[in-house]
Design a protein around this ligand. Structure first.
Ligand SMILES: N[C@@H](CCC(=O)N[C@@H](CS)C(=O)NCC(=O)O)C(=O)O
Length: 229
């Protein structure tokens, strides 16, 4: 189970937006890790041992430190080597970044889940019946996206101007997921031009391609794999 390559070990799941933001920062920073892809319904015992809450991503450093929040993995990666093409944010921008990420991880994600998987939120008991309406939740996400669209109209390609930053890559995997929930609707929706341009730039990027490499789920005893490969 140990660090055979002397590299940090990353437990990850390809399509998870939290794991994606961690991998985006790792690739952008030019850092190498040993990667262990998993399936959520069969998490490796070792991952659960070091991080009992059982969410991905989990980064396990050679000194035994465990980092099991995606934003902390991003922070760790950029602290190793700040990505050359990312914008360094001033104090005001950092505050704005933190507010946007809190909005994304809170209200946006809560409503995104109810838009994508309404059946998980229906309640039917003897005393209560609640049917989750996905379109109500889509509308909440849409209002938030309207705000970011307005920012992007002002700023250019990215949230803080023409260079990407931590905020863009913390947020974009979730906007991608929002689009995937109903691509035809999203693509036809008027008034999102700046946001669509931001998302398209991301979807077409080499960075995303490297981040989304397909891996076979890891099993104990497998030969270690590096990421990026
Ligand atoms: N706050 C955590 C959330 C991570 C998270 O919820 N990841 C999901 C996958 S997208 C997960 O592992 N869920 C556990 C499960 O579905 O069993 C973070 O930012 O790292």
């Amino acid at each position: 189970m140990d660090h055979q390559l002397g590299l940090p070990v990353l437990y990850t799941f390809r399509r998870c937006p939290y794991a994606m933001r961690a991998r985006l920062a790792i690739v952008a920073a030019g850092v190498k890790v040993e990667v262990r892809e998993l399936v959520l319904r069969a998490k490796p015992a070792h991952m659960l041992e070091i991080s009992p809450k059982g969410t991905v991503p989990v980064l396990w450093l050679p000194d035994g430190t465990v980092i099991d929040e995606s934003l902390d993995v991003m922070r760790w990666a950029v602290a190793q080597n700040f990505p050359a093409d990312w914008l360094t944010l001033n104090a005001g921008q950092q505050q704005q970044r933190d507010e946007w990420i809190a909005l994304l991880d809170g209200e946006f994600k809560r409503n995104l889940d109810r838009y994508k998987y309404p059946h998980r939120y229906h309640v039917k008991t003897d005393t209560e019946t609640y049917t989750c309406d996905p379109l109500e939740h889509r509308a909440v996400c849409e209002k938030i996206l309207v705000q970011w669209n307005a920012v992007l109209e002002q700023q250019g390609l990215y949230l803080f101007g023409n260079k990407p930053s931590f905020a863009d890559y913390a947020i974009l995997p979730f906007v991608r997921q929002f689009r995937i929930a109903d691509e035809a609707w999203f693509d036809a929706e008027p008034g999102f031009d700046a946001l669509k341009n931001w998302l398209d730039t991301f979807l077409e990027s080499d960075l995303l391609e490297q981040t989304m490499v397909k891996l076979t789920p890891w099993r104990p005893g497998d030969a270690p794999l590096t990421f990026p490969g």
